[in-house]
Design a protein. Sequence first.
Length: 740
Amino acid sequence: MYAEIIVDIASEQVDRVFTYAVPDMMPVQPGMRVKVPFGPREKEGFVIRLKDDPGYDESKIRPILSTLEDYPALLPELMELAWEIRQKAHCPLCEALRLMLPAEMRGGRIKVKTEEYVKLLIPQDQVEEAISRQGRSAKRKLLLTLLSDGRPHSLEELRAMIRDVRPALQFLVEKEMIQVYEKEALRSPYYGSADASPDPELTDEQTEALSELIPALHAPQKPFLLHGVTGSGKTEVYIRLVRKALSMGKGAIILVPEIVLTPQMINWFRSRFGDTMAVLHSRLSPGERFDEWRRIRFGDARIVIGARSAVFAPVDNLGVIIVDEEHEQTYLSDRFPQYDAREIAVSRGKRENAVALLSSATPSIYSYAMARRGDYMLLEMPHRVLNRPLPTIHLVDMRKELRLGNHGMFSNLLLQKLDDCIGKGQQAMLFINRRGYASSVNCRKCGETIRCDRCDVSMTYHSVDQTLRCHYCGAVRPMPKTCPACQSTYIRPMGTGTQKVEEELNKRFPGAGVIRMDVDTTGGKNAHFELVDRFRAGQAKILLGTQMIAKGLDFPRVTLVGAVMADLTLNFPDYRAPERTFQLLVQVAGRAGRGERPGEVVIQTYQPDHYAIAGAATQDYRAYFDREFQRRKADLYPPFTMMARFLCEAKEMEVAKATAEMLRERVTKEFSDTPLGRRILFIRSDEAPINRIQDRARAHVLMKLLNHPDTDGILSRLQEMAGEDYAARVVLEINPASLA
Ligand code: ADP
Ligand code: ZN
Ligand code: ZN
């Protein structure tokens, strides 16, 4: 017997199967991890296939040294998936296979944890008499008494009760009255108990969605896209669907964008499903992650909730795979090999005959376009549960505020609503976009934003030389003194940090209490939870924060939400800026009025007529979608094209930029005058919009490619180039989550 093996070395040169002999009696199966000789060394490898015929000279074939586990760590479906990822991400197969396993498993860095247990060997009705025979040994008597319930007790537990218990144990073991043995212990990541709540009665919209989803468990066809407004009760739909799958003997995976934002979801699932649920995410300790993974692999846990990488969870006989908040960027992995968890979810659904359900209040342009085309089946839940109204949204035109003489960062309406809200003892959330992003330039009188003529993205202000730059095409212009549209002098870079807003709030509303949540205040391990808890407990009336307070949080006492600078995201130099803005505003608005009292939202903007902002204000997804879709088509942005870039990082900007420029030249030279070259719509090297992160200078080569089967040839060539050695660190990104 022979085995085809992928050796766990991430290199293009070794990216092929090697044949090894299977020693007699070694129980090797496909999917197992094994140890093999490789050149002069020993390496870990994955068994891909077994075969009878070695294919070439038998005498040259070396034997497998040992198996690393006594079970296949990789399910057959996941091995097939790895081949698919290899092709899409242009990576060696072993890198794709590594995605399927807890990182700690490789190189034997983590051990199965065992605990010693003690149990009785004599019948329970003889214990009484045995105790009486222990003479003066109080310890042996106590030990037997503790064990007399007939259940195994951990040694640790016995130790806690009996000091220096070993000699007594030893004595009773020798008398064959008790037994000490080792048992695998699973590290558990759950804290506190989940409170069980009864099933609510389903709303009509939930019932309707389920009437499509449940029959599909028997014969899945297309993936589903559930478009349900915030508070429409999407989680309850997941729960019922998962329960049905479970009753059919099938398993489930639920992906959530970020586990820290969804403690509630975990709680709900745990209260309904108990131990048959496992969680997988980056905040687990390596031991916990490994143990949760094994519970899933062995079928003890049949439901997995987790972040992006949980899409690879080894759930056998998968019935349903759900992607909650499918529009989130966190589903795109930023590491090599790149993958899109949504795409993998759909692919697993198809391959494993499971229902794939993508879900969001603000679906991504891509997914909604798929639904429109009929590739996905669209389900809609346009109302909140229990007839709760959607929040009332007010758009405030900040240009008018200026005309009225208000030069501050808060509109009169927002101040008045804040006053009102705090006066009534209710709570408010104020939302500002992330800081640290190079800023756009905007006229505070007429709302004009300076955009690149060619790319239709905002130009970025560079304070060093006071210029405006387009980060897509590289155009440079001097910073204008007056607004090109209205000639006013109120033209300036946008953006105010959260800290400044906090000071302003404290001045205006002394005593209300402000909690600020941004990267600076949430550094500690539990800082995030502590701040959330303090706000929930009512210790402050105002929660001020960045993106991180936009989603998932559920504070019933919040009746007012303010988006202080809605335009900041809109002006990011990224073709997805309108999409991000719409999603963010709808999600932020969704934080208001989740309890008994209805909510109000104030959106402050300089561009109230922009379709992304107006669409968020009227909560009209379709109107926004139509406009955005047309724009993408007209300007040739994804999904009509692909964006790719080499990101070059170095200590010195000179080095990063020189590397980027050199790569640009190479690509241009290699493909010009070739048929493939026509698939490259543009290529440009420049500093990256965020030109320094953690003291690394960043430059990039930005490319727009036609969506065409040929393009794959270009991408694999680019991947090869990225793999070479340069003065700067180089990675290739294909349709990355961020072009910053
Ligand atoms: P979404 O994810 O769609 O924004 P959630 O799933 O968070 O909405 O549900 C919003 C709230 O409505 C939750 O507090 C949930 O417990 C509650 N809920 C869901 N379904 C029902 C129902 N059928 N009847 C009553 N309350 C429900
Ligand atoms: Zn102007
Ligand atoms: Zn441009």
